[in-house]
Design a protein around this ligand. Structure first.
Ligand SMILES: Cc1ncc(COP(=O)(O)O)c(C=O)c1O
Length: 405
């Protein structure tokens, strides 16, 4: 298989857009990625030709829509290497999936039970566990981040006690780009009898994931970062782990029977999918996975890292440049600061040149504190980015440096 960025770009209609008279250089992919025509077409086709509610119908369009919806579930399962499609629950995104797990486990948490998370987590993998702290007296224990942006694995091993119940970690940091050695971390967690939860919101986009190889009990992902639509994500859980969770929301579709004095729940995954699901979004998500899976993922990863390395080399020429996150194993996310310049100002100046980057805390306040910064600027690379866009980024940041001196 080969990789042709020009051919890829032609499939993303929005990339033709001009911003302030410049061709868009979209380098905010870690926040949300743009959508290829294949995803747009799949969603429009559903609306235009065969749309109905799922799982309820005895009519043709309901059956067609249900088939496509369940086909999308199958695609997610295959994409993650799950043992069966029923181990995939559709959610609104990674955030809802992590909340679902935390909520589902609340019956198992008693005061003093411990949950291990890390300093590099996105708020969506922090706040749901704080809820268990607030309501049930769980204790949060934090894996420290080393200066290069990798996790302190010795400290991780030392955090476990007889009270540790859950470990929940990101596969790839949205700020540092660090890719964590989850296989060995899961092994340690399981040796201590803990559940191992993974936030794969960033990782699933950039390299193939195998949940069985990691031995993750739960793995979450989100559609909109993976060239799919918003409003859809997925929770993978081993069958026995999903069966162990209490349902997250109540309503139609998630029950087997409802009586005046009792209810019985549907089987997994439907037990966790109360109400009408995001049908068209799930179909779009399935189309995104199909589209991405058809690309040469090894070549994409190499392309993204080539862009990252070029950007880093160029930006390092700026004397007040500070890279946040330089772990040996990392993906194409470049967070940085310029001494004396506010990240928001840098992003706004870049926008004037048509370059879209992120600036702020990136929903990772404990990490900002760890690196003693208020915010960072972040360029994050995706499948359609080019060398020319990287060179424009370097030139743009150099100009920002001049303006903000
Ligand atoms: C590492 C990580 N986890 C979780 C999320 C939350 O994803 P969503 O907002 O799609 O639920 C994000 C989004 O930025 C993320 O980067």
């Amino acid at each position: 298989m080969s990789f042709d960025v020009t051919a890829i770009r032609k499939q993303f209609p929005v990339l033709k857009r001009e911003i302030h008279g410049h061709t868009l250089a979209y380098l905010d992919n870690a926040a949300s990625a743009q959508k290829p025509q294949a995803v747009i077409d799949a969603m429009v086709d559903c609306f235009e030709n065969s749309y109905a509610n799922v799982h309820r119908g005895l009519h043709t369009m309901a059956n067609e829509t249900t088939e496509k919806f369940e086909q999308a579930r199958g695609r997610v399962a295959e994409f993650l290497g799950a043992a069966e499609a029923n181990e995939i629950v559709f959610t609104k995104g990674a955030t809802e999936a992590l909340n679902l797990v935390a909520y589902g486990l609340m019956g198992e948490i008693e005061a003093g039970d411990e949950i291990i998370i890390s300093q590099m987590e996105h708020h969506s993998n922090i706040v749901p566990w704080h809820f268990l702290r607030e309501h049930f007296g769980a204790v949060l224990k934090w894996v420290p981040v080393l200066d290069d942006g990798s996790l302190d694995l010795d400290a991780y091993g030392a955090l476990f006690s007889k009270r540790t119940k859950i470990v929940s970690l990101t596969h790839m940091s949205n700020v540092l780009g660090t890719i964590n050695p989850l296989k060995r971390m899961a092994k340690t967690a399981h040796e201590h009898g803990c559940l191992f939860v993974v936030d794969g919101a960033q990782a699933a986009v950039h390299f193939p994931v195998d949940v069985l190889d990691i031995d993750a009990d739960f793995y979450v992902m989100t559609g909109h970062k993976l060239y799919g639509p918003t409003g859809i994500g997925a929770l993978y859980g081993k069958r026995e782990c999903l069966e162990r969770l209490r349902p997250f929301q109540g309503g139609g579709e998630m029950i087997e029977d409802v009586f005046e004095d009792r209810i019985t729940y549907a089987e997994i995954p439907h037990k966790f999918e109360a109400g009408t699901p995001p049908i068209v979004e799930a179909i779009g998500f399935g189309a995104a996975i199909k589209w991405l899976s058809a690309q040469d993922r090894t070549a994409i990863e190499a392309h993204e890292m080539m862009l990252y390395n070029r950007a880093l080399a160029g930006l390092r020429e700026i004397n007040s440049f500070r890279l946040i996150g330089d772990a040996p194993d990392k993906g194409a996310v470049l967070s940085f600061g310029l001494e004396g310049a506010h990240a928001h100002d840098i992003a706004q100046i870049l926008d004037r040149y048509g370059i879209a980057v992120r600036a702020g805390q990136h929903c990772a306040q404990p990490l900002m504190e760890r690196f003693n910064v208020h915010s960072t600027s972040r360029a994050s690379f995706g499948i359609y980015n080019t060398v020319d866009e990287v060179d424009r980024l370097i030139a743009g940041v150099k100009k920002a440096r001049t303006f903000l001196s």
